[in-house]
Each structure stands twice: as structure tokens, then as C-alpha cells.
Design a protein around this ligand. Structure first.
Ligand SMILES: *[C@@H]1O[C@H](CO)[C@@H](O)[C@H](O)[C@H]1NC(C)=O
Ligand SMILES: *[C@@H]1O[C@H](CO)[C@@H](O)[C@H](O)[C@H]1NC(C)=O
Length: 287
């Protein structure tokens, strides 16, 4: 090789490297399709930012092109500021068809000055009703914060700024379904949920404040895809069964003590005829 061709070769390698590293970190255009709301879902800054809008006619949302089976999914979100009552901003994974699996993070808006509610839920084989809701220890409309779903065959961890706030374990040994078979897509949506979202539907959305806008950036998936083609990126075999570490467990307990507003496992009124199996005394794993 001549000196010049070596230079060209190095340059091509460098460009290829740049190309992949940009594509891996949060190119919304590359990873997602518009799900609804047409141009109310705007991908900007060369794919680095996403803005979802809700106006008097429609909300908006995106869905991943790939289907995933296990992985860690991170999204930075800045929620609708001001009077966001009735709005729901969601970041979730879901499979399709009957008996679907779903892992939800939803932010229920509120009147100015009243706290957002972060609602989490897990469906397995079509069965949900596992809500755990939190107030946040910061103003989620002021800055971007990182919200994550870390899903493997043993447990699902939901994290805020890298601190776990909730774990659901695979308890198939006591007969509880857990998402291990159905591939899921990633969804991000903003919609009008005022029939139930804010104070159980008592506070309605004020469309004179529309458009409502939520901002997203830096989506990352260290995950295994099953379609369009199977591949695992940044998700090793070790991560497939990795448990939550003891230090994180302590942090999570502290957060739960302070910030949990609702936990389905303690809702004896709703489950008057018996708590869900994984919540019953003897089956409970205290985290
Ligand atoms: C809205 O604020 C009220 C009053 O502080 C609070 O009770 C409620 O949990 C907040 N969130 C929602 C979604 O209603
Ligand atoms: C983007 O997200 C990844 C994964 O959460 C994180 O390691 C990285 O620091 C983020 N980058 C920025 C600019 O926030």
C-alpha cells in the first residue's frame, strides 16, 4: 500500500467509526417510526431530539422499528411544563396481540405547582394491574432526566437517573407470568388522558394551553433485537441474568420509603378477594 492509500484507508475506517457511534446513540430517525399524530411528532437536530406535541386535535407518538427481547432502554425526557393536567407522557415497551406483555413508565400531568405522578405498571401474558406510583424528588419539567427500563429473563428494573426505583422479579415458580417470550417494541407517546389521569379524572385538560410539548433526547438501547434482524448490541450473556446489586437495593428502598404514593401490593380495597399472587404474604420478596 502506498502512503496515500493507507491514509485513505484510515480515513474510511474513522468515518465508519463515526457513523456507527452516531447511529448508536439516540438517532430517533434511525430507530423509530411515527406511530400517530403526523408532524406533531418532530425529530430534529439530525435525529438527536424528539418533540411530541398534543393539541386540540391529537397527541403524537413514535414506535421503534425493531422488536426487542431483553435489554436496557434509556430515554432522557423533559416533561410538559406549566399546567399539564390531563396529559400523559409515556415511555414503554409492549408486545402485540392477545396476552400481551408491557412495561410502562407514564407521567401523569398536573396543575401548575402540583406534582407530576410517575406511574409504572407491568403486564405479563395480558395481565396488568401492577401499578406502583411515585412523586419525583425534582421538577421533571425543568431539565432532562434519564428514565430506564432494564429487562432480562430474571427481573425488570425501572430506574430514574440510574437509580432503581422498582424491581419485578420472575416468579414463575409460584405461578406468576413474567415477560420472557414475546418481543416488544419501544413506544414514546404524549396523549390526552384526562378521563382518568389527574386526580382520577376530576381535573380536565385545559386546551387553551395547547400545544403541550414534551422533549426527548439520547435514546439508547443496549439490547437484543429479534426483528428486522436478530442481533445483540451491548447486551452480553452476563446481563441476561444479572441481578440488582446490594448497593442499588438500598438506594431503591430509600426512594420507595419517601416517594411511593401507590403500591398495588398494598391495595386491599381493590384486591379485596385476595392480593395478586406475588404480593401475598409468604410470596413477597421485600426489596
Ligand atoms: C396532582 O396534585 C394533587 C394535589 O397535590 C395530588 O393529590 C395528585 O396526586 C397529583 N397528581 C395527579 C396525577 O393527580
Ligand atoms: C446518553 O445516554 C447514555 C446512556 O444512558 C449515557 O451514558 C450518556 O452519558 C448520555 N449522553 C448524554 C449527552 O447525556
Amino acid at each position: 500500500m502506498s502512503c496515500r492509500s493507507i491514509l485513505v484507508f484510515v480515513c474510511v475506517l474513522f468515518l465508519a467509526y463515526l457513523g456507527t457511534s452516531i447511529a448508536v446513540d439516540g438517532d430517533f430517525g434511525e430507530y423509530f417510526d411515527i406511530l400517530f399524530g403526523d408532524n406533531r411528532a418532530r425529530i430534529e437536530e439530525g435525529g438527536k431530539s424528539l418533540f411530541l406535541t398534543l393539541d386540540q386535535y391529537s397527541g403524537s407518538g413514535i414506535v421503534s422499528k425493531s422488536e426487542y427481547l431483553f435489554g436496557r432502554f434509556d430515554m432522557q425526557i423533559k416533561l410538559v411544563p406549566g399546567n399539564s393536567a390531563g396529559t400523559v407522557t409515556a415511555f414503554y415497551l409492549s408486545s402485540e396481540g392477545p396476552h400481551h406483555d408491557e412495561i410502562d413508565i407514564e407521567f401523569l400531568g398536573n396543575l401548575s405547582g402540583d406534582p407530576y405522578l410517575m406511574s409504572t405498571n407491568i403486564f405479563a401474558y395480558g395481565e396488568g394491574g401492577r401499578e406502583m406510583q411515585f412523586y419525583l424528588w425534582y421538577d421533571p419539567t425543568e431539565d432532562f432526566h434519564t428514565y430506564s427500563i432494564d429487562w432480562n429473563s430474571q427481573r425488570i428494573i425501572i430506574l430514574v437517573d440510574n437509580t432503581p426505583i422498582r424491581v419485578m422479579r420472575n416468579r414463575h415458580e409460584i405461578g406468576v407470568h413474567f415477560p420472557t417470550r414475546q418481543p416488544m417494541r419501544v413506544y414514546t407517546t404524549l396523549w390526552n388522558g384526562d378521563s382518568w389521569a389527574t386526580r382520577w379524572g376530576q381535573v380536565k385538560i385545559d386546551l387553551s394551553n395547547a400545544p403541550f410539548i414534551a422533549s426527548f433526547r439520547n435514546f439508547t438501547a443496549r439490547a437484543c433485537t429479534v426483528s428486522p434482524e436478530p442481533s445483540c448490541r451491548g447486551f452480553s450473556a452476563a446481563k441476561k441474568t444479572k441481578d440488582i446489586d446490594p448497593e442499588s437495593k438500598i438506594k431503591m428502598q430509600e426512594i420507595q420509603e419517601k416517594w411511593v404514593v401507590y403500591d398495588y401490593c398494598h391495595d386491599l380495597r381493590r384486591y379485596a378477594h385476595g392480593l395478586p399472587f406475588e404480593c401475598r404474604k409468604g410470596n413477597l420478596i421485600s426489596e
